[in-house]
Design a protein around this ligand. Sequence first.
Ligand code: ZN
Length: 422
Amino acid sequence: MQSWTVPAPATVPAQSDRLRLMDTSTGELRHPGTEGAASLYVCGITPYDATHLGHANTYVSFDLLQRYWRACGYPVSYVQNVTDVDDPLLERAEATGVDWRELARDQTELFRTDMVALNVLAPDHYVGATETVDWVVETVSRLVQNGTAYTVPGQGEDPDGDVYFDIGAAQSATDWTLGSISGMSPEQMAEVFPERGGDPERPGKRSPLDPLLWRAARSGEPSWDGGPLGEGRPGWHIECSAIARRLLPVPFSVQGGGSDLKFPHHEFSAAHATAVDGQPLARTFVHAGMVALHGEKMSKSKGNLVLVSNLRREGADPAAIRTALLSHHYRSDWEWTEDSLPEASARLSGWRHALEREEPGDAQALVSALHGTLSDDLNAPAALVDLDRWAESTAARTGSPTAAHQELRVSAVVDALLGIRL
Ligand code: ZN
């Protein structure tokens, strides 16, 4: 699938890697295990109702991580998927009378446009589920062969041939245990599983939480030739597992996504990979917080969405949207209000004015200050305060700017580390 293009940020003097990130699976701040090279998988959108501020918050958060690594001089391998066939997409297409392929294509294009506007560096591989069915078939077939997947007999409206992951068998055969990635209790998992696409009531499953790997063809639904699995389509968690294992070195540095993906999505993507490979999928699991509107988490199902494209249409500066997002720590849950954008715009404007008073050495000092601040679990809000302080420090200056043309400039540093275009 076509990715998008964002100009490469300026190269800054190579910074030392002192990064500590909160790893969901251990609950501890730790170095993500990069040794001279970094690899990142961030779960992509299901392409409908893109791109709301919750999405934007996630992709801007992991864009910070990529920019941090680049400032350390690391090559970064970054993969993102698009879940361009799944129940919610098909339901929306059906409800609105639009072909699901057209809906997916249009919303994916809108997402790309929003990412370019928000200055989010593109993944090296941007991959659709519909492009990788063969990878899923191969992975699920191996799980069936090694006894960690099973076929559920048809019943009622469900045909023969749905394939599920066997949690119990996988726990016996591997080091993975249920909850070891998400850090959630059995009660928490049981509560959110049905809210996030799970089907605990499906008759014939060995455990209520066993997740779907392969959905046998139903009339009126798209399906693909699954070879030994029969006609059907991929489950959600196995999609990311198969794509990540194919395109990144396993275990890769960071598996990322919104905190609503901890369970079941990341728990089972990792479990599937471990059941195939006998080793962890990723070294570190990192999750971005949720954005709320009017007191409730912004979500498609609640319909309380603020879309990046609408803000842009209303004239918002994308750099101000990005500044508003980075004003909150990536792990925090926070609320978008009518003040969010004006406040961000005012700060941005202060920084832009300060550029007129930039002096030699400012950029050098800022690059090490910002990088040091970001080393502490990507503390962007504190980095923005660093920038405020710098802008304030220029206020007393008089005379014309003296920064030389060819040297590193503050605007290049802010773009390289924070992705904010001044
Ligand atoms: Zn995923």
